[in-house]
Write a protein that binds this ligand. Structure first.
Ligand code: SF4
Length: 339
């Protein structure tokens, strides 16, 4: 175990001050369900841990106004079981239910979950000192070292948004549902507070896959805001994985529909398990606008979502699987629309 300092600030502002005072090597920690794993693997090496779980009043769930607002420290389990979320936004509840086990949902926070790091095998198993013992090149873990996944075991890798430096899939379920609903995060940093659309919180890997988020040093997520929409009531998060529970997505689709009878007036579609960041399937959304939702149009939309996909050696199956996942999700959401 590497030594680190540990602070327990009592307010978000104090947490930011502690982070900025600590300088390089500072890291916020909330539920710790991901960070501790990465510390044990010697991938994350924080020198200063700033535990934000001691901040009071940063876990509220607000659903009565014109928007949903989830403060960052709200446990995933609390949001997943909120009555308004369950009734009016199944897309959100299902994304949280399918993201983790109950124990993890109780510990993990809705803010921290947005900053989960990739499950790329080479990123996680390549660090020196692990049980694997080998050190695979990984540009995300060690910039400039190369990418073992390209030309390697790439069954789980991305088919959208990848670069010649990194093909790692963004692992989250929750952010995929949020990106479909045009949610944004409120963040607090040394320069004050600002809002960042969820879609802009994540970077494409490009030539710098080590830079995953657009947060500035010291900025912490304080809340997630979801604009209210009637489409939320006619929505779903559909996740396909190797086993039915406690596994990351091979492909997932977050869908919310506005419909007039059988006709889609507006579709919102997010993709998970297939892209390097939570992905908005805008071409599929455009294809569906003004059309009746039939098995044929649903599958056409699924194929439109993957029109720009590029497969590696072993992950080509994700393109058809992803298209059919979108089609199934559209069918589920449309059926809810009629109920
Ligand atoms: Fe590392 Fe990305 Fe390559 Fe995986 S895909 S080994 S995370 S650079």
């Amino acid at each position: 175990m590497r030594p680190f300092t540990y602070a327990r600030p009592e307010s978000a502002a104090a947490a930011v001050r502690a982070f900025m005072a600590a300088g390089a090597g500072a890291h916020y920690i909330a539920g710790g369900t991901s960070l501790y794993d990465l510390m044990k693997l010697d991938i994350e090496k924080p020198q200063h841990l700033i535990d934000v779980t001691t901040i009071r009043g940063l876990d509220a769930i607000e659903t009565n106004g014109e928007r949903l607002r989830f403060e960052a420290l709200a446990p995933m389990s609390a949001v997943a079981t909120d009555k308004v979320v369950l009734r009016d936004y199944p897309i959100l509840a299902e994304a949280l239910w399918k993201a983790a086990s109950q124990q993890l949902r109780n510990m993990a926070t809705v803010g921290g979950n947005l900053l989960q790091r990739t499950r790329c095998l080479y990123f996680r198993n390549g660090a020196g000192g692990t049980s694997v013992g080998n050190t695979y090149p990984c540009n995300k873990r060690e910039p400039g070292s190369g990418c073992a996944a390209i030309g390697g075991l790439d069954r789980g890798q991305a088919v959208l948004g990848q670069s010649s430096s990194c093909t790692a899939v963004s692992p989250g379920d929750w952010p995929v549902a949020l990106v479909a609903l045009d949610a944004y995060v409120e963040v607090l940093g040394a320069g004050g507070s600002r809002a960042i659309p969820i879609a802009e919180l994540y970077r494409l890997p490009g030539s710098t896959p080590n830079l995953e988020f657009t947060l500035q040093p010291g900025e912490m997520i304080t809340a997630i805001v979801v604009p209210k929409t009637k489409a939320g009531r006619h929505s779903t998060y559909h996740k396909i994985r190797d086993r039915e529970s406690y596994a990351f997505a091979l492909a997932s689709a977050a869908v919310a529909l506005d419909m007039d009878g059988d006709t889609v007036t507006r579709a919102r579609i997010g993709l998970g398990g297939v892209a390097t960041k939570p992905w908005r399937a805008t071409a599929a959304e455009a294809l569906l606008a003004g059309k009746p939702l039939t098995p044929a149009t649903a599958l056409a939309a699924g194929h439109a979502a993957f029109a720009d996909a590029k497969a590696g050696q072993h992950n080509g199956f994700k393109i058809e699987l992803g298209a059919r996942t979108v089609a199934d999700a559209l069918t589920i959401a449309a059926a809810r629309n009629r109920s």
